[in-house]
Design a binder for this molecule. Structure first.
Ligand code: PEP
Length: 272
């Protein structure tokens, strides 16, 4: 089945509103025809509204995504964001279960060993809960899975990834399961400059697709599986050329328009 590649930029805790506006304006000005590639940006919460408005005003096809969500509705949850708030800003996607929110790291920056880290420690269960409410909303989840370096060295990669996928998708409506985007992000490759070898990334992405197929074959055929972990202009084509890699979740290289646009172009080349 043909799946349109999906390249999403995760800005993390970067970009003020003026900086994000300049970045998106530069991306829009890249006039290349990128069909059939789908492109998304996931700014920090403070920039969502402004970037959503900019994309709408420019009539851009670039999609807007948030980096996490807490719940549906309203309530006494200081500092948290709800699905209606994200929809209000123009979001179509939301990243769930990024390793930086799962509270388990391969290499832990010192400041994240503080109690602050525990406050946003997502688990397989919380990711599933978030996915189930997102799937009942207009948003589409980009669910991140991936092993730490210790898990890889212990030969646990397949078990960890399989169980994260099974847990995240548990009980989701099978009719819409194929819309979910899964991102395979080996934790040791995120922000480190160390990319997973393309053959190994393909092997794990195929394992992810087979895991989804055991739940629903049609969903497995339709689902986009991204690779994430130090994707750059010079390795994108090799990674995106793999049969079970349908896009990329890009961190650092999404912060410069020229770098991100080059990855998008690589996706177009591999899409044929
Ligand atoms: C990410 O944040 O999901 C990511 C893959 O980051 P980077 O591209 O910087 O490794």
């Amino acid at each position: 089945m043909a799946r349109n590649p999906f390249i999403a930029g995760n800005w993390k805790m970067n970009m003020t509103v003026p900086e994000g506006t300049a970045l998106v304006t530069a991306l829009i000005e890249e006039k290349d025809d990128i069909t059939p590639v789908e492109v998304g940006v996931c700014p920090p919460a403070t920039a969502l509204y402004a970037i959503g408005k900019l994309l709408q005003e420019k009539g851009s096809a670039i999609k807007l995504g948030a980096q996490d969500v807490f719940g549906d509705g309203t309530g006494a949850f200081t500092g948290m964001l709800s699905i209606p708030m994200l929809v209000d800003c123009g979001c179509q996607y939301v990243i769930l279960g990024h390793s930086e929110r799962r509270g388990r790291f391969g290499t832990t920056p010192d400041w994240l060993t503080s109690p602050l880290q525990a406050l946003f420690a997502d688990s397989n269960e919380s990711v599933n809960l978030k996915a189930s409410i997102v799937m009942r909303s207009p948003l589409t989840p980009i669910i991140c899975v991936g092993e730490t370096i210790d898990e890889r060295k212990a030969g646990k990669t397949d078990d960890v990834v399989r169980s994260q996928v099974e847990a995240a998708l548990q009980g989701l409506d099978k009719g819409r399961l194929g819309e979910v985007v899964l991102a395979y992000e080996p934790v040791w490759a995120i922000g480190t400059g160390e990319t997973c070898d393309s053959a190994e990334a393909q092997r794990v992405c195929q394992l992810i697709r087979n895991t989804v197929a055991a739940i629903d074959t049609a969903a497995a055929g339709a689902m986009r599986i991204q690779y994430g972990g130090s994707v750059k202009a010079d390795n994108a084509e090799e990674l995106l050329g793999q049969p079970d890699i349908d896009g990329a979740l890009v961190g650092g290289a999404s912060l410069k328009a020229a770098d991100f646009a080059a990855i998008v172009r690589a996706a177009k080349v591999t899409a044929g």
